[in-house]
Design a protein around this ligand. Structure first.
Ligand SMILES: Nc1ncnc2c1ncn2[C@@H]1O[C@H](COP(=O)(O)OP(=O)(O)OP(=O)(O)O)[C@@H](O)[C@H]1O
Ligand SMILES: O=c1ccn([C@@H]2O[C@H](COP(=O)(O)O)[C@@H](O)[C@H]2O)c(=O)[nH]1
Length: 238
C-alpha cells in the first residue's frame, strides 16, 4: 500500500500524557506515544512532533489564579520542554533516533531551532521533537505545530487528542454535538470551533496545509491516516 503522507507533523496532547493521573506524566502513556511514533518511522514516514503542556501548566488558567499571564505562558512553554525530554528519553530507550529542539535557548538540554537543521534531521530518519512552543507568550502548542509544520513543509498536521474529531460543539460539554467528517478552515473559524486555536487554523488555511483531528487513544488510527483512510475530521481550504 502506498503512503498518502511522507512527512507529518504530529501534535500530541499534553493532557493525554496524564493518562489516569490528575497531573504530570504517566509512563505508560509515554510508552504508548513512543510505540505510535515508532510505527510511523517503521513505515518510512518522516515524523516531527510538537507536544503540549496541559498536563503540567497552562498560562491562561494560571492567570485566572493570579500568575501574571506572560510569566505563566513561559512556564507553560517550559512544561512542554519537560514533556519533550521525557518523550525523547523514552523513544531512545526503545531505539528510536530523536532530536529535541527548543524554541527557547537551553543548549544543555535541547538544540536551538535552525530550520535547515531540523529538516536535515528528518531526512536522516530522526524524529524531531519541537519543544517550548513558538517561544512566544499568548500562543499555544497548536499554533507552534501549525507554524513548524509549514516551515518544514510537512504534508499534513495531525492533531492527536482525546476526542475522535471536530464536533459542532465541545462534545465533552454538549452531548448533542455531532461530528464533522470534513470541514473547511473558514467554517471552523467562523463557527469558533475551539479544538484548534484560530491562529493555527489561519496559518494552515493560508498555506494550504491539511489538518486531521483524531483520537490518539485508538492505536490503529495513525497507520490508517498514513494509508489515506478517513479517520477523525479532515480540515482543508477546499
Ligand atoms: N468543536 C469541538 N470539537 C471537538 N473537541 C472540542 C471542540 N471544542 C472544544 N473541544 C475540546 O478540545 C479538547 C482538545 O483540545 P485541547 O487543545 O484542549 O487539548 P489538547 O490539545 O488535547 O491538550 P494540550 O493542550 O495539553 O496539548 C477536547 O478534549 C474537547 O473537549
Ligand atoms: O507558543 C506557545 C506555546 C505554549 N505556550 C504556553 O504553554 C502552555 C502549554 O501549551 P498548550 O498548547 O496549552 O498545551 C500554553 O497554555 C501557554 O501558556 C505559549 O505561551 N506559547
Amino acid at each position: 500500500m502506498s503512503l498518502k503522507y511522507r512527512r507529518v507533523m504530529l501534535k500530541l496532547s499534553g493532557e493525554t500524557l496524564m493518562g489516569n493521573q490528575q497531573y504530570g506524566i504517566d509512563p505508560q502513556m509515554l510508552v504508548y506515544y513512543t510505540q505510535q511514533i515508532r510505527g510511523l518511522v517503521d513505515m518510512g514516514v518522516e515524523v516531527a512532533v510538537v507536544i503540549g503542556g496541559g498536563n503540567i501548566f497552562r498560562g491562561l488558567s494560571a492567570a485566572e489564579s493570579g500568575v501574571e499571564r506572560t510569566q505563566g505562558d513561559y512556564m507553560g512553554m517550559l512544561a512542554t520542554v519537560i514533556n519533550g525530554m521525557a518523550l525523547q528519553s523514552m523513544m531512545e530507550t526503545h531505539g528510536v533516533f530523536t532530536r529535541l529542539i527548543s524554541a527557547i535557548e537551553m543548549q544543555q538540554i535541547a538544540e536551538p531551532y535552525i530550520r535547515r537543521r531540523a529538516v536535515r534531521h528528518l531526512e536522516k530518519g530522526r524524529v524531531v521533537i519541537f519543544s517550548a512552543g513558538t517561544g512566544n507568550p499568548y500562543f499555544t502548542t497548536d499554533t507552534a505545530a501549525a507554524l513548524r509544520a509549514n516551515e518544514i513543509k510537512a504534508d499534513v498536521l495531525l492533531k492527536g487528542t482525546r476526542v475522535d474529531g471536530i464536533y459542532t460543539a465541545d462534545p465533552e460539554k454538549d452531548p448533542t454535538a455531532t461530528k464533522y467528517e470534513k470541514l473547511s478552515f473558514k467554517e471552523a473559524m467562523i463557527k469558533g470551533l475551539r479544538i484548534l486555536d484560530q491562529a493555527a487554523f489561519a496559518l494552515c488555511d493560508d498555506n494550504n496545509l491539511p489538518v486531521i483531528v483524531f483520537d490518539i487513544n485508538n492505536p490503529d488510527n495513525l497507520k490508517k491516516i498514513i494509508y489515506g483512510e478517513a479517520v477523525g475530521t479532515l480540515v482543508t481550504n477546499g
